[in-house]
Write a protein that binds this ligand. Structure first.
Ligand code: GLU
Length: 428
């Protein structure tokens, strides 16, 4: 990233903002609600660094192709950089910076001792064989080895990467360091230092936060209808838990579209993306819906848990849900956010709702450093209490400041970051 890109002003409100523009706009809006030094806000508009590397790969046919990888490190005032690695054709330096800013707020809203990072490789993982994915990951780990480490920057899974990817990354790093270093990444398989419950954690936190929101808005979970867009790890785990807690999950979808049953679906019988990719439409249900139609269903709770920018200025006026709980990172554009706010549709933001992922990553890192495994029961019960405490902090801010849930979450995060910056001071 050039310094010019890093200082670009926010454009006028539009649906076509980059993640960085959205993150900066949200920071600017939240800054109006906090008593934090403007110099701190200015520093937070910029990442500490963005590393760009070339990652050569010998394809299975013997040809060599070179991919571009990034690691953006936004801020580490509260602890090491933390955040996922994304393998996706649309990855850019700017997107990594925007997503790394969200990680800074997410860790702060959860009061975890981490800052924000995010990285990735510009590649379509569907075009890679397992062997190619492994070689690409190992070489990427080597190229960014100086930037990462258990006390420096700790990557994790994100779109297009998973526990297996993290095991390869950890192995490549450890081989070069000369010692097994499980704490360099989180989201690993439990057999090599991963945490029980990490895989389900983002979906679990979405469900916990949805349950609290349902209660906050005086609804009975037993009479609540839910629609979930995206049936990967986040969507499927959230849907199943909410069903277990009594909610009626009436619609779920994957990339091909969704199934819809006003009597409620059996979400346990519908295979998640990990169990059977793109298996949703193969399920028996009275109705099917497109992904666009699912977002506009008349339900109590809508959970967009697929990709970013799906609730836009175009469809925000037609969202018929009473509450939106963001499972994906950045599913609502800034313009849509404003429209939903004007329509009094509360949006529980991603940095709170899906923060279970990074929270259990923190538990995993603690387990790795202490060489002591926690039971799944302990992970889930500590996750529950961390989520409830963050929910309470944000709720208190909603009530005290008469602000949206997103602004309230930012206020909680920015106050913590601002206080840490003030206490540490600026190196002159
Ligand atoms: N990629 C996940 C997120 O966006 C998890 C990050 C982590 O566990 O470090 O929150």
């Amino acid at each position: 990233m050039t310094s010019q890109q890093a200082t670009e002003p926010e454009p006028d409100e539009t649906d076509h903002e980059s993640a960085l523009e959205t993150a900066r706009r949200q920071l600017r809006e939240a800054a109006t609600h906090v008593d934090v030094d403007p110099g701190v806000i200015e520093r937070l508009r910029h990442p500490t660094r963005v590393v760009e590397v070339s990652v050569p790969l010998e394809r299975d046919d013997g040809n060599v192709e070179v991919f571009t990888g990034y690691r953006a490190q936004h801020d580490d005032v509260r602890g090491p950089y933390k955040g996922g690695l994304r393998y996706h054709p649309d990855v850019t330096a700017q997107e990594c910076v925007g997503l790394s800013m969200w990680m800074t707020w997410k860790c702060a809203v959860m009061d975890l001792p981490f800052g924000g990072g995010k990285g990735g490789i510009v590649v379509n993982p569907k075009d890679l064989s397992t062997g190619e994915k492994e070689r690409l990951t190992r070489r990427f780990a080597e190229e960014i080895r100086d930037e990462v480490g258990p006390k420096r920057d700790i990557p994790a899974p994100d779109m297009g990467t998973d526990a297996k990817t993290m095991a390869w990354f950890m192995d490549a790093y450890s081989m070069q360091q000369g010692e097994t270093t499980p704490g360099v990444v989180t989201g690993k398989p439990p057999v090599v230092g991963g945490s029980y419950g990490r895989e389900e954690a983002p979906g679990r936190s979405v469900a916990i936060v949805a349950r609290e929101a349902i209660d906050y808005y005086d609804k009975d979970i037993g009479e609540t209808t839910v629609a979930v867009q995206g049936y990967g790890s986040v969507g499927a785990n959230a849907a199943r838990l909410l069903q277990d807690w009594g909610a009626k999950v009436v619609a779920v979808s994957d990339v091909n579209g969704g199934v819809y049953d006003t009597d409620g679906l059996d979400t346990h019988a519908i295979p998640s993306h990990d169990e059977q990719p793109e298996g949703v439409m193969g399920q028996d249900a009275p109705n099917t819906v497109t992904n666009e139609e699912l977002l506009e269903l008349d339900v109590d709770v809508l959970i967009p848990a697929a990709i970013g920018n799906v609730i836009t200025m175009d469809n925000a006026g037609r969202i018929d849900a009473d509450i939106v709980v963001e499972g994906a990172n950045g599913p609502t554009t800034s313009g849509a956010d404003r429209i939903l706010d004007e329509r009094d549709v509360p949006v529980i933001p991603d940095i709170l709702a899906n923060a279970g992922g990074v929270t259990v990553s923190y538990f995993e890192w603690l387990q790795d450093i202490n060489r002591r495994k926690w039971s799944e029961e302990r992970v889930n019960s500590e996750l529950e209490s961390e989520m409830l405490s963050a929910w309470e902090d944000v709720r208190a801010e909603v009530e005290a400041g008469d602000v949206s849930w997103r602004d309230a979450a930012y206020v909680v995060a920015l106050n913590r970051i601002g206080k840490a910056k003030e206490a540490r001071g600026l190196w002159p």
